[in-house]
Design a protein around this ligand. Sequence first.
Ligand code: ATP
Length: 233
Amino acid sequence: MLELKNVETFYSGIQALKGISLNVEKGEIVTLIGSNGAGKSTALKSISGLVKVGSGQITYKGNDITKKQAHETTLLGIAHVPEGRRIFPKLTVKENLLMGAFSVKDKRAIEERMERAFKYFPKLKDRLEQKGGTMSGGEQQMLAIGRALMMKPELLMLDEPSMGLAPIIVEQIFDIIRELNDEGITILLVEQNAYQALQVAHRGYVIQTGAIRLEGYGKDLIQNNEVREAYLA
Ligand code: ATP
């Protein structure tokens, strides 16, 4: 479904990705783990078009999307929930959700998508008129994912959805990731919470200073000594 070949990405001269190659098959949950600054977020931004790819190639469902911008990849079915859950704090929950369906004109389709988001996040339905910024961290993360679901994505990319959340909320987020995947959404998950990410993922890649260091099945990477020492200690 998604393939990166030798992707290099630079920030004004600093090379953040040093030739990354990876693939995500339809129906999979794939995780990218690695320490702070390894390049995980940059990998997602390169795919969604939030940063410009320097060289290499990204294909999605057989089409070259290397040079596509964020609004174009969204229309192709790729939803990116960035790190730090960038919801619109001054807009209500409803308005935030509607932002996710900006390209949809059909009112019924919008309502159906909203109901689907409520299925995963029933709390959002009770808070429709509340301002996004007044919700708890966990609720904002749920709103950010809910908004992404309004795009009806085929590929959902989540950047550190568990960051800064209480353990019980983290559990809920990982359960929802599983459910979304069970319903057919392919997931690319960036996490510092390597243990939980590798448990939920079919496969994983370890990124170190802009390069892929290891790859394998989630359950194998959990057992890998290098992974255990560096990321699960
Ligand atoms: P984190 O979990 O801290 O976000 P990460 O693995 O997602 O880590 P990236 O955010 O992708 O890492 O950063 C990769 C490298 O690129 C780091 O060295 C970082 O300092 C650098 N970098 C990221 N964003 C920018 C930017 N906008 N301008 C300059 N350098 C950047």
